[in-house]
Design a protein around this ligand. Structure first.
Ligand SMILES: CC(=O)N[C@H]1[C@@H](OP(=O)(O)OP(=O)(O)OC[C@H]2O[C@@H](n3ccc(=O)[nH]c3=O)[C@H](O)[C@@H]2O)O[C@H](CO)[C@@H](O)[C@@H]1O[C@H](C)C(=O)N[C@@H](C)C(=O)N[C@H](CCC(=O)N[C@@H](CCC[C@@H](N)C(=O)O)C(=O)O)C(=O)O
Ligand SMILES: Nc1ncnc2c1ncn2[C@@H]1O[C@H](COP(=O)(O)OP(=O)(O)OP(=O)(O)O)[C@@H](O)[C@H]1O
Ligand SMILES: C[C@@H](N)C(=O)N[C@H](C)C(=O)O
Length: 481
């Protein structure tokens, strides 16, 4: 993190320093007592399950140099087990930790999340790196993984850890960068209009990538049109001097390009795309190779990751890197060396069986992409798809699940195991589309899914595991391995 003095932190967050040395430097931030490192400043957030204030003393005992809180001394003390809720108890906690840890810093703010965001905004304003915002309905993390791998060949790069892309994750991403970083790549996620604009107000992106628009989070957004508008907030946030990388194959390309104030570079399979792929081939493990073409330059790229859909993600990353002056050879090296984050087309091998763990999340686009990948592997092996529910699809939930059932048949998948209430529609539509009853199963628990898979699987098979995040379908792996 770019260091900030305690007195500056208090000013930026409109906080009150309850104790601590004003000249002390804040060098790192943590919002989680479970992973906090000695020397971090702990920020107490309220979440869906916990109130971070309840872990303040745990954070201090793990070596926090101080904490940001919206509680008073009296409230703080009542948060510790077995300690009466009065100020003297808090004082004694503070003095005992102080003797162990030096001058404990305590800053009281009105709202800790707003304070975290204000701090990130200030740190970004003090930074000298260039910022790249990355959004889209699907493919953000994978594109980030490719881009980071390429740009690291030329620059000192910091990128979103995991998929930390929301109102908590973006500030943490910014605060994780250090003074030497030259490029910051930040994923921006949303569940509603206005959210990307808010994240951009903190990030102030110099450049942007929009991956692909499609039906995700329809429950909150209502229509694809509104999704495109919401993702377009990134394009609107890029200044005239900036750059926007857009997907020419996406039907929203023209309206996205119209929003851009700065330079637009397009990528895709479309012959009009400035950075494109030709001659795409998949090897036996469904890893794509293709000719990467930009103007009159071209190079053969062989990805280590699975799925033809990853060619588009690789092109988006290549297009941006090309604009930053990275050579074709470096782009090729970065793409070929890239590994994707966990549970994105992740290959697991167990006793001669290949398992594609794509269980990070699921929407109609990524389900179809995964089935297409599985189908390719079916040329030489028996294919089994374990599919779970796709969440947050709103009124068209049944329609989208039925569409996937038909896709299972279209892609000639050998065996379908559908798990869950919504997946019943996948199962029914697959049978209606001609899947033989003996090749389809509907189960309602992980235990049953695992039991049935164990009966079916044999050496040489390929199994795809995919569902929305909340289903946690990857847990079936522990039960079948
Ligand atoms: C707030 C937080 O960070 N929570 C994380 C925490 O959750 P936990 O279950 O512990 O409970 P709480 O959230 O209630 O905890 C409150 C605080 O207390 C702390 N704490 C808790 C226990 C303890 O012992 N000590 C503590 O200090 C705790 O750390 C909290 O600060 O841990 C979970 C497990 O690690 C995390 O999963 C949870 O993370 C939440 C979800 C979060 O928001 N994390 C951000 C860093 C983040 O960016 N996460 C992203 C989420 C991505 C996302 O939600 N995206 C949206 C939009 C995507 C749209 C896109 N598809 C598009 O169309 O554009 C989405 O809908 O998917 C991530 O994890 O990937
Ligand atoms: N271009 C694409 N088209 C279709 N599916 C894709 C594409 N890129 C990635 N996927 C699939 O979508 C799923 C999520 O990928 P990824 O994590 O890269 O997307 P994301 O937009 O970052 O998701 P999230 O918003 O949940 O963080 C994976 O199953 C992945 O294989
Ligand atoms: C995990 C989260 N970013 C996401 O994509 N959610 C959808 C609803 C899913 O898990 O499928």
């Amino acid at each position: 993190m770019i260091p900030i003095k305690l007195e500056d932190l208090a000013r930026i967050t409109e906080g009150r320093v309850l104790r601590g040395d004003l000249s002390q430097l804040i060098l790192s931030i943590s919002t989680d007592s479970r992973t906090l490192q000695p020397g971090d400043l702990y920020v107490s957030l309220r979440g869906e399950r916990f109130d971070g204030h309840d872990f303040i003393w745990e954070a201090v005992s793990r070596g926090a140099m101080g904490f940001l809180t919206s509680r008073s001394y009296a409230e703080l003390s009542s948060g510790q087990k077995g300690v009466p809720g009065d100020e003297s108890a808090a004082q004694s906690n503070i003095s005992s930790t102080r003797s162990q840890k030096g001058d404990l810093a305590i800053i009281q703010v009105r709202d800790c999340l707003a304070a975290l965001q204000a701090l990130a905004r200030e740190v970004r304003n003090r930074s000298s790196y260039r910022t790249i915002g990355l959004t889209g309905s699907t493919g953000k993390t994978s594109t980030k993984d490719f881009l980071k791998s390429i740009l690291a060949k030329r620059f000192k790069v910091w990128a979103t850890p995991k998929s930390y892309n929301n109102e908590v994750g973006l500030p943490l991403t910014i605060l994780g960068a250090d003074s030497q970083d030259e490029i910051l790549i930040a994923e921006l996620g949303m569940r509603g209009e206005g959210q990307i604009a808010q994240l951009c107000e903190i990030l102030r992106p110099d450049m942007g990538i929009v991956t692909r628009i499609g039906p995700v989070h329809l429950e909150t957004l209502g229509s694809e049109d509104r999704i495109a508008r919401a993702e377009g907030e990134l394009v609107e946030a890029i200044p005239e001097t900036g750059l926007v990388v857009l997907n020419r194959d996406d039907r929203w390309f023209p309206s996205m390009a119209d929003k851009a104030r700065g330079r637009v570079v397009s990528y895709g399979m479309d012959s009009e795309a400035e950075v494109r792929a030709t001659d795409i081939k998949l090897d036996a493990e469904a890893r794509p190779s293709f000719q990467l073409v930009s103007g009159d330059r071209r190079t053969l790229v062989k990805l280590q990751v699975m799925g033809e859909h990853n060619v588009a993600n690789a092109l988006a990353a290549a297009a941006l890197a090309d604009e930053l002056g990275v050579s074709m050879e470096e782009i090729k090296g970065g793409l070929q060396g890239a590994q994707l984050s966990d549970m994105r087309m992740e290959m697991v091998r167990v006793d001669g069986i290949r398992i594609i763990n794509d269980a990070y999340n699921a929407n109609p686009m990524s389900m179809k992409a995964a089935l297409k990948t599985l189908s390719h592997m079916g040329k030489r092996a028996r294919t089994i798809a374990l599919l779970g529910d796709m969440l947050e699809l709103g009124e068209k939930t049944v329609y989208y699940h039925r569409e996937i059932g038909r896709e299972v048949v279209e892609q000639k998948i050998d065996f379908l195991i559908a798990m869950g209430e919504l997946s019943k529609y996948i199962y029914e539509a697959a049978l209606e589309a001609g899947l033989e009853q003996k090749r389809a199963l509907l189960v309602d628990s992980l235990e049953d899914a695992a039991k049935e898979i164990k009966k079916i699987l044999s050496s040489g098979d390929v199994l795809l595991i995919k569902a929305s995040r909340a289903i946690g379908l990857e847990r079936v792996l522990e039960r079948i391995a």
